[in-house]
Design a protein around this ligand. Structure first.
Ligand code: 5AD
Length: 426
């Protein structure tokens, strides 16, 4: 479920292992295996959690993970103006005002790099031990809405639609958990009322009956009663974005039916129901200003979301915004960094939209800007391409380094997540 950060062994003394962490501190961990079946010696690379040795890891893989997570980067001290330094200091003390956020979001060159690296330092400070890996299953691309940016919009007659039935959804989830070790799954669809409350509850409880996994739902803005029933059925979290904090822009993007205030109210009610709530906005929508983006970040903080889901707009064919430019990657990275300052401990996954716009470096850049989680697409291959909220979506190959070392089949990692989710909901 979670990838712990590799460390190098410096000394072994019986069941004690002394390892050097990426911050160069040496700590003592314990090998719980009395027979010491795995031979560990100085110079080896290991993964550990909570003071316990977990497994050995190949040196190359350890370096790849540390590099990907920006763990080896040292604090940078590039040339930045006194005003910029002062604003970063304010950020460290958690008192950024809207005008400061606008100033940070407008940064470029060495000041932008300084912002990202400082957010990375903060992430490393608070999230020493691991980053979390979540899976997402997109079970239906039918949608009754007509959001201007989204390829699933009802009006898009060019899209081939699909729905997975209850059994297929449960089986897909079961495989992800039992064969690949996922401990947290997001079930996502368009706003599709084909699935009644009863069906959705059966899907959630069906999965919970079969396997130990946390279920997050992302099914659009449905009635609060639906969410109440799904909580009872065993769902733990909801992913629902407010898309933009600007009510006028919201209206422009959702001229039919959707109401900005109602969306925010729904998100607040979900927190009230005890859900772990993931929310955020899209950056780079036509007509959106930097001030809007600053307000998005302040809204995220005000809503006290447990996980931030925000990413760049990706232009999609067969939508009213087909001719508009996609969002700016650097702006998305700056958004992550400012969010990290506003909420130092919050979970910020690297979103697919960012990886799609920069498939080679997007993930690494997002980690280095302060992100600390991954969302891996587990939608069955035959449906995947049809979940086209935008084109060219990035997909992770099965068996990546994150899956190999970040997911394990032990109960321990479920318990560790349970503890965290409980803490984070409070
Ligand atoms: N670009 C970026 N994000 C998009 N979404 C939908 N369409 C796009 C697009 N073209 C996001 C919305 C939605 C989430 C599931 O996907 O924010 O809430």
């Amino acid at each position: 479920m979670c990838l712990t950060i590799p460390a190098q062994v410096r000394k072994v003394q019986g069941d004690k292992i002394f390892v050097e962490q990426s911050d160069r501190k040496i700590i003592e961990i314990w090998n719980p295996d009395p027979d010491r079946k795995v031979k560990i010696k100085s110079g080896d690379w290991v993964l550990y959690f909570n003071g316990f040795f977990q497994q050995k890891i190949e040196e190359n893989d350890a370096h790849e993970i540390l590099d990907m997570l920006g763990m080896m980067l040292d604090e940078q001290n590039p040339e930045v103006s006194p005003k910029f330094k002062k604003t970063i200091d304010k950020a460290r003390h958690g008192d950024l005002k809207r005008k400061d956020i606008i100033y940070l979001l407008n940064s470029n060159g060495s000041e932008k790099e300084f912002l990202l690296s400082q957010a990375n330092e903060l992430r490393k400070k608070y999230i020493k031990e691991f980053i979390c890996i979540h899976g997402i299953i997109e079970f239906s691309n039918h949608c009754q809405n007509d959001c201007f940016y989204c390829g699933l919009r009802a009006d898009n007659s060019k899209l081939t639609r699909y729905r997975m039935d209850t059994n297929e959804i449960i089986e897909t989830a079961k495989k992800a958990v039992k064969e690949r070790g996922y401990k947290l799954l997001v079930l996502q669809s368009g706003e599709d009322y084909f699935y009644t409350d009863k069906m959705l509850a059966e899907i959630v409880s069906g999965i919970k009956k079969e396997c130990r996994v946390f279920i997050f739902i992302s099914i659009g803005e449905r009635d609060i009663e639906t969410y109440r029933k799904l909580k009872k059925a065993g769902a733990s979290g909801v992913l629902i974005r407010f898309e933009t904090s600007n009510p006028i822009l919201f209206k422009k993007m959702h001229p039919y039916g959707k109401d900005h205030e109602r969306r925010l109210e729904t998100i607040k009610s979900l927190k009230g129901l005890g859900y772990f709530v993931a929310s955020g906005s899209i950056s780079g929508l036509p007509g959106q200003t930097v001030r809007d983006l600053a307000d998005d970040l302040l809204t995220i903080k005000e809503l006290k979301v447990n996980m931030i889901s925000m990413g760049p707009f990706v232009s999609c064919d067969n939508t009213p915004l087909a001719k508009n430019k996609s969002g700016d990657i650097d702006m998305s990275l700056k958004m992550i960094s400012v969010a990290r300052f506003l909420m130092p401990k919050v979970r910020i996954p690297v979103v697919t939209a960012l990886e799609t716009l920069d498939p080679k470096r997007g993930r690494k850049r997002a980690f280095e800007a302060g992100a600390n989680a991954l969302m891996i697409n587990l939608t069955p291959k035959e449906h995947r391409r049809k979940y086209k909220i935008y084109p060219g979506r990035f997909f992770e190959k099965e068996g990546s380094i994150f899956e190999r070392y970040g997911l394990n089949l032990t109960d321990e990692s479920y318990k560790m997540l349970e503890k965290r989710i409980r803490e984070e909901i409070q």
